[in-house]
Design a protein around this ligand. Structure first.
Ligand code: NAD
Length: 295
């Protein structure tokens, strides 16, 4: 059987057009004297987090969203973080609050999520509050209706990539690899709402390959470099690679072995230039949405 070359799903390009749309909406908000503002809480000196925050600041500036960064020393205690969230929750000039994750390891997972869950759902532009995550399952599916809350940025970006490439997802068989609160779980819920038939695989899944063989769409968010090889995926597959890893030689790679898989499947998002820019554009979209809802 001949092997083709996959269509690249270009997140950089798609994010650019999304940012253009957000820029127009922000300009409209300014006519109502509303300047969307994102507050970011950054704790400790985790270099990748500092880089991600810089990317977010740059993207915000480009579309006209203002940012304020609350940078805490690693020694900060939980009560101080709670107090910051409380103050931002009640500051009417702040439309969105983002707690940059992960927090330093001295905080347990439960403590980390307690900071995120303290953010008012109406300002949770990262879409990680349980109220917002639950709304994905229970909303009526109307895009961006107030009752839909906020959708987590990475899955929202992945869905946008899939819809841009495929159009309607109804009836397709989608396999999501990974069930994290940030990516996999909300991704599976979003795809279900989009009328795909969803299989959610994770580290305890038996025989991952068996599920992949019948997939039309595969979203990979396992956090393991080059986990997915060409022989495990069908030719018809459209693949979204969420993983991002720095190799020893300094290059970036995803959870998919891009060189071999892209020579086989129908379409694939690259790393870098796939999901990453879409995550940031989705965040800007959510901040803009929060400001629009404040009118
Ligand atoms: P996580 O570690 O919280 O979750 C990983 C999930 O993968 C778990 O549910 C686990 O059960 C599953 N898993 C692990 N090994 C598996 C295997 N062999 N087979 C099947 N499932 C397996 O990670 P996360 O926060 O969801 O992130 C996943 C990846 O996506 C990471 O590389 C992360 O850096 C990247 N990420 C990228 C963006 C972006 O904007 N590009 C955003 C968030 C996360």
């Amino acid at each position: 059987m001949t092997q083709g070359t996959a269509t690249l799903i270009n997140g950089t390009q798609i994010a650019k057009s999304l940012r253009q749309d957000i820029k127009t909406r922000v300009a409209r908000l300014k006519e109502h004297s509303i300047i969307p503002k994102l507050a970011v809480m950054l704790v400790g000196g985790h270099p990748p987090s500092e880089i991600y925050v810089k990317y977010k600041q740059k993207a915000a500036k480009e579309v006209g969203i203002t940012t304020e960064i609350h940078h805490f020393e690693e020694s900060v205690d939980l009560d101080t973080l709670y107090a910051c969230v409380d103050q931002l929750n009640h500051d009417s000039s702040v439309h969105g609050i983002l707690v940059q994750l992960p927090l330093p390891k001295k905080f347990s997972s439960q403590e980390m999520w307690s900071v995120v869950e303290r953010v008012f759902p109406s300002k949770d532009v990262d879409g990680l509050h349980p109220a917002n995550q639950g709304l994905i399952s229970f909303s009526n599916g109307a895009a961006h209706s107030p009752e839909q809350g906020f959708v987590a940025c990475t899955p929202l970006g992945c869905l946008h990539l899939l819809k841009t490439h495929l159009g309607d997802l109804e009836g397709l068989h989608a396999v999501v690899i990974g069930r994290s609160r940030i990516v996999g779980q909300p991704m599976a819920n979003l795809l279900t709402k989009a009328n795909a038939t969803v299989t959610l695989c994770h580290s305890r899944t038996r025989d991952l390959e068996r599920h992949l063989q019948i997939a039309d769409v595969i979203v990979v968010a396992a956090g393991i470099p080059k986990l997915i090889k060409a022989h495990t995926v069908p030719e018809k597959a459209v693949i979204i690679d969420v993983g991002i890893h720095r190799l020893e030689d300094g290059r970036l790679c995803g959870d998919v072995d891009f060189a071999e898989v892209s020579a086989k499947v129908s379409a694939i998002s690259p790393v870098p230039g796939g999901v990453g820019p879409m995550t940031i554009a989705s965040l800007m979209n959510n901040v803009c949405l929060a400001a629009e809802r404040s009118i």
